[in-house]
Ligand binder design. Structure first.
Ligand code: F3S
Length: 283
């Protein structure tokens, strides 16, 4: 007999759910409708939206009229200005947590602080926060980078929403030595950590973990890495990838999914595992 257990927190976070809902509401509207970049890192959802007439474009150069949807990662002020100048209808699906990080960076800059963004330089969200700080911020991801920072008169710190809380604290600790006036705005959202902790707890209890989500999704890949430290783990995008061999002599299967993985993909995997259960020759 096989048990299939779902992680306590898994799948879509609030910001992603909201962004997809806002995008879907546009389906059927007259005119050209596009998201600026893929709405989330999940190929199945991107395809579904395309079937509903909402395509993904890489740049505002690719749109002359109609509706532009800003995804949950957010964008800098120049994109809003350019979209307005083109007369586009703007649907802003920036996650409110990201918006808060952007506005914090802007407020700190306006108040005369030199801004440090703790996060991954290449992440689109970090790029957007950077632009809201007047392109004047420094992005720091590692302890070495923090240590190398020159002394700063007034230092304002914000975080990429999905950054690790533990790492954030360590970096802030180093940065505290760089200035006598430090203002820290802890703009981290709890969704990522909740999913990671729940995945680790489940992986410690089961014989095999299935982690569902886009192969190009950073948060899903991270979940798979964490699980793999505790039990055999398979990162899959859809139920089609399930392999009977994984379940030989297995009693407990754990299932989790990244913040960009839709519920129906999780349900499909769950159902297929249940059916394997029935045809299983060992049990
Ligand atoms: Fe928003 Fe947090 Fe999700 S910042 S997009 S709710 S991971």
């Amino acid at each position: 007999h096989m048990d299939i257990m779902l992680a306590e927190y898994q799948g879509f976070c609030y910001g992603v759910k909201r962004a997809i809902k806002l995008a879907r509401e546009q389906a059927g509207r007259d005119g050209f409708i596009a998201t600026l970049g893929p709405i989330i890192h999940n190929p199945q959802i991107v395809k579904q939206l395309a079937d509903e007439g909402i395509i993904s474009i890489d740049s505002l150069d690719d749109i002359t009229h109609g509706t532009i949807i800003i995804r949950s990662h957010g964008v800098g002020p120049s994109i809003y200005q350019a979209a307005e100048a083109k007369g586009l209808n703007i649907v802003d699906a920036t996650c409110p947590h990201v918006k808060k990080a952007q506005m914090s960076a802007k407020a700190l800059t306006d108040e005369g602080y030199s801004v440090v963004i703790i996060g991954e330089r290449k992440h689109p969200e970090v790029k957007s926060i950077f632009e809201w700080s007047g392109q004047d911020a420094v992005v720091i991801e590692t302890l070495e980078q923090a240590a190398q920072l020159q002394p700063i008169k007034r230092l304002g710190i914000v975080a990429q929403t999905t950054f690790s809380r533990v790492k954030f604290k360590q970096l802030v600790d180093v940065l505290l030595d760089k200035s006598n006036e430090v203002k820290v705005l802890r703009t981290i959202c709890t969704a990522t950590e909740q999913r990671q902790t729940a995945a680790e707890e489940l992986a410690a209890k089961v014989d095999v973990m299935l982690v569902i989500g886009g192969k190009n999704s950073a948060n899903t890949t991270r979940l798979a890495e964490l699980c793999a430290q505790r039990c055999p783990t398979h990162h899959i995008e859809t139920a089609d990838e399930l392999d009977d061999d994984w379940f030989y002599n297995i009693e407990k299967i754990g299932v989790t999914a990244g913040a960009s993985t839709p519920d129906w993909l999780i349900r499909e995997v769950y159902k297929k595992c249940k059916n394997m259960n029935k045809t299983c020759k060992v049990c």
